[in-house]
Design a protein around this ligand. Structure first.
Ligand SMILES: Cc1ncc(COP(=O)(O)O)c(C=O)c1O
Length: 419
């Protein structure tokens, strides 16, 4: 008789751990009610130096030990704005990782730059600094790293490469609220860092984003861009440059502030559950967490990533995902499912109706055909190795026990997966 639930056997877990997200309490509700009732500035941040958005910016800067923070509408425009902040010019190349959410690359196109994909290191799923160096051309202006799944990129090596070649470093930290590299919060290590506060992130106000930097010139350029081209000291209608309106509202700022009070405790809780998982995984072959590194001194999470070895298990990743899901502890994901350059926007070279800036011609740079791009490690990881859980489940330690119980059961009955 079959033992595995996918083959008709009994489930390993009857009641899966459920974690409600976001976690809210009376403090959020009361603070929000105060802000709503007061209606200061029509809930617009402008002119409110002691308002919710300005206060959040100070608090988020302090959390990162950074000089400046600018709140914006979301993590995608945060990237576009940060690239304007570092002065990216049309047609300049920015090296980005092959595995990430599309915005890390499409944000470069939105800023009229050209994303160039670098491969990842399979053991960490992070951008490979050696491949970054290989991808540098005379048009390269910067490198955009992503602390994918909240696991910090090797910022020591990335900064070395960037300094050697005179490149800026943008840290897309959308996944990494609370992550640290050698004692410094990520996002504040390079020239500029960006965050997303969209609903699935570890700090959220529904939709929102932020930029942190120690560079005054970058902060001022970002401010002007996000404020329809008005500089910090501009008069009300004195528009000096072109820019959209990316300002965050006071209502969102209010929620971010009370949610931020809870973040450090939640980061600790996630790390504690992840440590239980990592310990248990030592006894289960063919599934391992991302490689431990003592330079990682803190870890926020977005995905919890497991590396699956098809050879050890004798079955494909999709067979494993189906078998895991049937055991009742919840679903396993596959991250974003493919490399970024395999997404239609890149694979079909469909940037916009003009093709700008990824076309030949004066000022536009050379022709880039993303169908020619191949990053072998990223393809291997995306297709065969990469398994993911949502970060929020790490907020309950029981999740680790249930997950390990399912993995042990699958390993004991792996013969059934090989049929
Ligand atoms: C790595 C990464 N960068 C940028 C973004 C964009 O953030 P937003 O959804 O707030 O625009 C996301 C969103 O999930 C992301 O995962």
């Amino acid at each position: 008789m079959a033992k595995l639930a996918v083959n008709g056997g009994p489930k390993c877990v009857e009641e899966p751990v459920r974690v409600q997200w976001p976690i809210t309490d009376e403090r959020d509700v009361e603070h929000m009610a105060e802000v709503v009732r007061a209606g200061r500035g029509g809930w617009c941040r402008l002119g409110l130096d002691d308002g919710e958005v300005s206060s959040f910016e100070r608090e988020w800067a302090e959390y990162h030990d950074a000089k400046y923070c600018l709140a914006v509408n979301n993590g995608t425009v945060a990237i576009e704005c940060a690239l304007q902040g570092v002065g990216l010019r049309p047609g300049e190349e920015v090296i980005v990782p092959a595995i990430t959410f599309v915005a890390s690359a499409s944000g470069v196109l939105m800023a009229r730059g050209i994303p160039v994909f670098a491969d990842v290191i399979p053991e960490t799923c992070q951008i490979d600094p050696d491949d970054v160096e290989r991808k540098i051309t005379d048009r390269t202006r910067g490198v955009l790293v992503v602390h994918y799944a909240g696991y910090p990129v090797d910022m020591t090596r990335i900064k070395e490469v960037a300094e050697k070649h005179g490149l800026f470093v943008l840290e897309d930290s959308a996944h990494a609220q609370g992550s640290e590299w050698e004692g410094r919060k990520v996002g504040a290590i390079g020239d500029v860092g960006t965050f997303s506060f969209q609903g699935s992130k570890s700090l959220t106000c529904g939709e929102g984003g932020a930029i942190v930097t120690d560079r005054q010139d970058v902060y001022e350029a970002c401010w002007a861009y996000h404020h329809i081209g008005r500089g910090l000291s501009a008069e009300k209608y004195e528009h000096e440059t072109v820019g959209p309106n990316l300002r965050l509202s006071e209502v969102q700022g209010a929620l971010l502030r009370t949610q931020l009070e809870k973040l450090p405790g939640q980061v600790e809780q996630r790390m504690a559950t992840a440590a239980i998982l990592a310990e248990g995984l030592k006894d289960i072959p063919g599934v391992e967490p991302l490689k431990p590194d003592e330079r990682i001194t803190g870890r926020g999470y977005y995905f919890y990533v497991l590396r699956f070895d098809e050879e050890t298990w004798g079955c494909t990743k999709s067979t494993f995902i189906a078998a895991f899901g049937a055991e009742g502890s919840g679903r396993l994901g596959s991250g974003y499912g493919c490399t970024v350059y395999e997404l239609p926007v890149f694979a079909n070279n469909r940037y916009d109706a003009t093709g700008y800036p990824v076309v030949e011609g004066e000022g536009h740079g050379r022709l880039v055909d993303y169908k020619d791009v191949h990053c072998p490690n990223a393809e291997l990881v995306a297709r065969h190795q990469h398994l993911t859980f949502s970060t929020h489940r790490l907020l309950n330690a029981e999740f680790a026990e249930q997950t390990l119980a399912v993995l042990r059961k699958l390993w004991e009955n792996k013969g059934e997966l090989r049929k």
